[in-house]
Design a protein around this ligand. Structure first.
Ligand code: LLP
Length: 418
């Protein structure tokens, strides 16, 4: 069941009218459904209930403390790519021991903090990073748990900007290089080989690339075993797509079932790093129509959310559904381009939408729970939006709207020339 639904022409988020949320918190405002977040995490948990597993929610998708809190309470682990994300996990009550650290550019300081907190595993992305981690762990007198992120060179058939598992991408190491990195890791005193990792891309709507990648990983696991290097966990990354429009991605259950079928009787812990499939459809963005501006070429609806609030349409030509939160019967539908106030032609949320709207209406942008707020910025000196959790009939302000003071925090003018 969807946690955002219309009742007699009015949009509800769980048990609360969207109009009430807009009234209380203003717009632009991100709204996340607690039940929706819990439901998608539960789908992963149920599909994996009888095998050793760790679900590491990819924090980059939506790193709101309240969202992390909801997922941590339900037992999720986390996939992080910076120390900032790790501190968020800790602040939200997440368990570092269930956290994996991905990313191509981990600094020595980030490694030191992650070692101090005792994370589950470092997903190494280069031979050079292995040497730095060994040194940092030696300085602290500890042993760092590691996986190597392999780039299996499979085509994820998704948008090129979010495809990561092709050999021309900067991520991971080739299969051949991985062997060398593992051999070296096995020699080093301050790292311990724990797993094997990959992540091939995001918004995948087919199972084949996942399974192709997994098969390649398994040949490597066997090769490593023959050299006496044993792998305790297999981390298949994230990437399962969601429906924004008419995509038909596999369900969480069938995705997990396909992986399990391929793994057969192998005794490994399965680690997954889902982001979008947990958060995207658990969130929407509310925005108000400030002006309607019909022109000979296009009818523009100028709304108060811009590309600084939601960059996915501008950056990836992403299509997100846009609907008024209250149906209007007295206004004729027209074709609208929904555009923001930012001074860029790329500042649009949707183009060519058939909608019956007028100035002052509040619109909902669906599928905005992942890579929405986390990719927002202060471009054009625009304060970032508020974030609200809806939980049944309850509303919880997860992040207050930024103020103009927030915008200037940390900055200073030059001293007088003297
Ligand atoms: N693990 C790693 C190592 C990743 O790089 C990512 C996403 C994930 C897990 C989570 O993938 P997901 O399950 O969310 O597909 N900003 C883009 C998406 C970038 C994804 C980057 N990596 C967008 O808005 O479409």
């Amino acid at each position: 069941m969807t946690h955002f639904h219309y009742q007699q022409g009015e949009l509800f988020a769980e048990g609360v009218r969207a109009s009430e949320i807009a009234r209380q918190f203003g717009t632009p405002c991100y709204v996340y459904s607690r039940a929706a977040l819990e439901q998608s995490l539960a789908a992963y948990q149920q599909a994996l209930a009888d095998v050793p597993h760790l679900i590491c929610y990819a924090v980059k998708a939506n790193s709101s403390l309240a969202v992390l809190d909801i997922l941590a309470r339900q037992g999720a682990g986390f996939d992080i790519v910076s120390i900032g994300e790790l501190e968020r996990v800790v602040a939200a009550g997440g368990d570092p021991a269930k956290t994996v650290f991905s990313g191509v550019g981990k600094t020595a300081a980030e490694m030191a903090r992650a070692l101090e907190l005792g994370i589950h595993c470092f997903n190494l992305e280069s031979a050079a990073e292995l040497e730095v981690l060994n040194r940092v762990a030696a300085e602290r007198g500890v042993v760092a748990p590691v996986s190597v992120r392999v780039n299996p060179d499979v085509d994820a058939r998704t948008h090129p900007y979010i495809s990561t598992g092709l050999k021309e991408n900067k991520f991971g190491v080739t299969m051949e290089e991985a062997l060398r990195v593992y051999r070296r890791a096995a020699e080093l005193p301050h790292v311990a080989v724990r797993g094997l990792d990959c992540h091939i891309g995001s918004q995948l709507t087919e199972l084949t690339p996942f399974i192709d990648a997994l098969r390649r990983l398994l040949t490597l696991v066997d090769q490593l075993a023959s050299e006496g290097i044993s792998i305790e966990h297999l981390d298949l990354g994230g990437g399962l797509g969601v429906r924004y429009r008419d995509e038909e991605p596999p369900s969480i259950a069938s995705y997990v079932a396909a992986i399990r079928a391929e793994l057969g009787e192998r005794q490994v812990q399965l680690v997954l790093e889902p982001g979008r499939s947990i958060a995207a459809n658990a969130g929407l963005l509310l925005t108000t129509v400030e002006y309607t501006k019909p022109t000979p070429a296009h009818n523009f609806a100028l709304v108060d959310a811009g590309m600084n609030d939601m960059i996915r349409p501008a950056l990836y030509q992403a299509w997100l559904d846009i609907q008024p939160i209250e149906a209007r019967t007295e206004v004729q539908p027209r074709t609208w381009d929904i555009v923001g106030p930012v001074c860029e032609t790329a500042d649009f949320l949707g183009k060519g939408r058939e909608l019956a709207i007028a100035d002052g209406d509040v619109l909902a942008l669906f599928g905005a729970g992942a890579y929405g707020f986390t990719m927002s910025s202060n471009y054009n000196s625009r304060p970032r939006a508020a974030e609200v959790i809806v939980d049944g009939e309850q509303l919880h302000l997860a992040r207050r709207r930024e103020t103009l003071e927030d915008l200037l925090r940390g900055e200073q003018r030059l001293p007088d020339k003297g």
